[in-house]
Design a protein around this ligand. Structure first.
Ligand code: MG
Length: 382
């Protein structure tokens, strides 16, 4: 029986994780749930799953939840980053699903590893900002970090039963996002509504904008680099609009092992929870004969400059990936609020990166420092 804490339980990954857990009550138990702002959904989840502890990021929402759950058998309610750290480190918990959005997940996820918990990681920003620290800490504590991100789940699956030293490269697939076919000249007119319409995946707002700029694939490049210890030159990207092949591993003899499936996050979530087993998900089977054609093309690094910037940051290392990530979060937020145009997202990130003097990252505090510097700088450069 795995005893689970979910950080970000009301988001897309969190809700889908609860579906998997709900289907296997004899294998999984929810011990703790943490959410950002969705009070109503968290309340329903508490009633359904009866966790020991819950947390909300904001104090007043936590207070309101306490009032609503004011029953004798109600869970303990915590708030803020400290509250999420508690959920990460509870004695009864052995597995933490890290599914918060953005940099907010860094400290609670790192705290989980420090407390010796296995992590199922959906929050790629954690790996982008602090990959070397996170992986070193996981090795020291003897815990596993299993990716939920569909591409990295595909890579993990394609590595099974093969020798790591026989790998030539990995090939990350990208759907190309909602703006794939749009001419460059029209990209400056893209509205948040257009960018939020992803053709294949149903995800949160931040990651959907990252898919439209292809920054998501850039962040995934950095995530793959740290998670599997590849050089940036060993990570290729191919546009594959059908999102059926979730990624591939190429071996020295020319063999390519791919993982395929319908685009539904239930598959990578369930694999992360049952690794190395495969559990029944009750998803409809993939019918290649109905799909007919799988197509592939090269990504356009000029049109999707975020992809280029992420590779620059990945190669530079040190504090640069955290700076890339911080500036991206600020830019995406400004875009969603209508304050900057679509093409100003990469512009702002690039200006911030150009203003940065990279420094070595030896502690999680230094990651936070790079992140704070980046956000502040991006806000003044806008
Ligand atoms: Mg992904």
């Amino acid at each position: 029986m795995k005893r689970i804490s979910i950080l970000g339980s009301t988001g897309s990954i969190g809700s889908n994780s609860l579906k998997v857990i709900d289907a296997y009550p004899e294998r999984y138990k929810v011990v703790a749930l943490g959410a950002g702002r969705n009070l109503d959904l968290l309340e329903r989840q508490v009633e359904r799953f009866r966790p020991r502890s819950v947390a909300m990021l904001e104090d007043d929402l936590a207070e309101e939840l306490r009032r609503r759950l004011n029953k004798v058998s109600g869970p303990e309610v915590f708030s803020g980053t400290q509250g999420f750290i508690r959920l990460s480190q509870m004695e009864e918990v052995d597995t933490v699903i890290s599914a918060m959005s953005g940099a907010a997940g860094l400290i609670p996820t790192f705290a989980a590893i420090q407390a010796g918990k296995n992590v199922a990681l959906a929050n790629k920003e954690v790996m982008v900002m602090a990959g070397p620290l996170v992986m070193a800490e996981a090795r020291n504590r003897g815990v596993s970090v299993i990716p939920i991100d569909s591409e990295h789940s595909a890579i993990l699956q394609s590595l099974q039963g093969h020798r790591r030293e026989d790998v030539r490269r990995v090939i990350l697939t990208a759907s190309g996002g909602p703006l794939r076919g749009l001419p460059y000249e029209q990209m400056k007119y893209v509205t948040p509504e257009q960018a939020l319409k992803h053709p294949n995946w149903n995800m949160g707002r931040k990651i959907t904008i990252d898919s439209a700029t292809l920054m998501n694939k850039g962040l995934e490049t950095i995530e793959a680099k740290w998670l599997f210890d590849f050089g940036v030159d060993q990570i290729s990207i191919v546009i594959h609009p059908q999102s059926i092949i979730h990624s591939m591993v190429e071996y020295k003899d020319g063999s390519i092992i791919a993982q395929l499936g319908i685009p539904d996050m239930l598959t990578p979530i369930s694999y992360a929870l049952s690794y190395p087993e495969h559990m029944e998900t009750f998803l409809p089977p993939l019918r290649l004969e109905e799909i007919g054609t799988l197509s592939f093309s090269e990504p356009d690094f000029k049109k999707f400059r975020c992809l280029h910037l992420a590779r620059v940051a990945a190669e530079r290392g040190d504090s640069m990936p955290a700076v890339l990530n911080g500036a991206n979060e600020v830019a995406v937020e400004l875009f969603l609020r209508g304050k900057i145009g679509f093409l100003q997202i990469p512009e702002l990130i690039e200006k911030t990166m150009n203003a940065h003097k990279p420094f070595a990252i030896d502690s999680i505090e230094m990651v936070q420092q790079a992140d704070a510097w980046s956000r502040q700088t991006a806000r003044t450069l806008v």
